[in-house]
Design a protein around this ligand. Structure first.
Ligand code: GDG
Length: 460
């Protein structure tokens, strides 16, 4: 079997003790067997970074990382990846700030990644690149002479041709994605949108999942990501004894807990959600004093203006809701921009009577799956889920809502709070079976099998 080389913007290098944490590390853990390599940015900014990667070996896996200059970081990461691509791919053209020099910075970081990685590669390695930071990476690595298989997975949504055309370098981006041998998406809709873009913008021919362009074939397919639901369910059950979880349980004084967990990001629909919680109390006053909403949203990407603005807006909205609805001994909304340890999070989900997952647009949304996995089978909570999260394609037994409609979210929360136990159990049993089946391991296996399939031979 070929050696696997994973490439991603950030590399979660394991600390001296323990294993790597973080979303992608958890998802890829079964693939990273001895001999594998993970390459990318160290997370460090230095004035004169060495092109030679720093190497850490842990459990037989090689972690190879390079530093970035502050300028490269600003153009590549803050400017183009998160200031232009992220909003575009989340259907927020109004928030897309395109600057040609940022795009140049994006290309040049991809170029230096390719130049640093190439000398470490063997001809028959299989390279799997992750996410929107690395769209041009395959083309640039090919230029360095790499001849092995190259796959790419996009964790965020893709957009239809009519929308991507607003991006001044859209053609280049679509063509660069076609330089991979296999491109994976979270849903069939995203894969289809990409194939449509290749057809309309590049004149490619599409046959089923295959794109034919300039004498080669690229497969664009859906490979929905999952979680290790079994392990997460066990963590959640164990976390019932966690000190912080116990303190939260006690502080509820038998009130219901509604919980939201999201990076502080404008794609997650947080202002609409806060608004919805206010509407719930207003429209259904019987829930007054009977519910607490806990929103955990660790701060992220604070170098990008839009994220700072969102934080200010949420501070204001949270203050307004609590100012308006609080009683002297009841504060309806608890809002924290601090993260929680993963095990505490699992325990808090388990306490939740409602999981509120209402992104305006999301590739998949793992919180939805984690919430389901964490529930007890005897007395499960109810998932309220946005129709625009990739997860809604499969988790159809959740209460599916339009996240742009605070009244609809409020009504779904009311339905969740008044749902008979038998219905909660029925919905939960199906959802749990689904998250147990669509695991992270199955996602990885599907991708690697597809990448190593004979049909994906280069330049076919
Ligand atoms: C991208 C795509 C896609 C959150 N707060 C804390 C914490 N988290 C963890 C959650 C979950 C992860 O972070 C977030 O994953 P999501 O899928 O919800 O969202 P993104 O970060 O936007 O991820 C998304 C995903 O990639 C995977 O392909 O599903 O659509 O946007 O695991 O639990 N973890 C800890 N403390 C926190 O406070 N420990």
């Amino acid at each position: 079997m070929a050696r696997l080389v994973v490439v991603s913007n950030r590399v979660p290098v394991p600390k001296a003790r323990g294993t790597a944490a973080g979303g992608l590390a958890v998802a890829l853990k079964d693939l990273l067997t001895p001999g594998a390599m993970w390459f990318g940015w160290s997370g460090r900014l230095t004035a004169n970074p060495s092109p030679q990667p720093a190497i850490v070996e842990a459990r037989g896996v090689t972690y190879a990382t390079v530093d970035l200059t502050p300028d490269a970081y600003r153009g590549f990461y803050v400017g183009f990846a998160n200031g232009a691509l992220w909003p575009l791919l989340h259907f927020r053209l109004g928030l897309m700030h395109f600057r040609r020099e940022d795009y140049e910075g994006y290309l040049s970081v991809n170029q230096s990644f390719a130049a640093s990685l190439a000398p470490m590669l063997q001809g028959d390695d299989t390279v799997w690149a992750h996410d929107y930071h690395l769209i041009p990476f395959a083309r640039l690595l090919r230029k360095q002479g790499f001849g092995g298989r190259l796959g790419f997975f996009l964790h965020v949504p893709f957009v239809p041709p009519s929308m991507i055309e607003a991006m001044p370098v859209a053609r280049e981006l679509v063509a660069d994605l076609c330089a991979y041998d296999l491109v994976g998406f979270q849903t069939e809709e995203h894969a289809r949108d990409f194939r449509d873009c290749a057809q309309r913008m590049l004149g490619a021919t599409v046959e089923g999942e295959w794109i034919r362009l300039a004498g080669r074939r690229v497969r664009a397919f859906a490979d929905p990501i999952g979680i290790d639901a079994q392990a997460f369910a066990q963590d959640a059950a164990r976390a019932e004894g966690d000190k912080e979880v116990l303190r939260v349980a006690e502080s509820l004084s038998s009130r219901a807990l509604a919980i939201g967990v999201d990076r502080l990001d404008y794609s997650k629909g947080l202002p609409h959600r806060f608004e919805a919680f206010g509407r719930l109390i207003e429209k259904h006053p019987e829930h007054k004093r009977r519910i607490h909403f806990l929103q955990i949203c660790p701060r992220s990407r604070e170098e990008v203006d839009e994220y700072r603005k969102l934080r200010t807006e949420l501070d204001r909205l949270a203050g307004r809701i609590n100012g308006r609805f609080s009683e002297f001994d009841w504060t309806p909304l608890r809002y924290s921009t601090r993260g929680a340890p993963r095990s505490t999070l699992a325990g808090l989900y388990r306490l939740g009577r409602i999981g509120v997952v209402t992104p305006l647009r999301d590739g998949m949304n793992l919180v939805a799956k984690e919430f389901v996995a964490a529930q007890s089978d005897e007395d499960p909570g109810v998932l309220v889920l946005s129709q625009f999260a990739g997860a809604a394609q499969d988790l159809t037994e959740a209460l599916i809502v339009n996240p742009f409609d605070p009244d609809a979210i409020a009504d779904a929360m009311h339905v969740a709070l008044t749902m008979p136990l038998s219905e909660r159990q029925e919905r939960h049993a199906v959802l749990k079976e689904k998250v147990l089946r669509t695991t992270a391991e199955a996602y990885c296996r599907r991708f690697i099998d597809a990448l190593e399939a004979p049909a994906v031979a280069r330049a076919a």
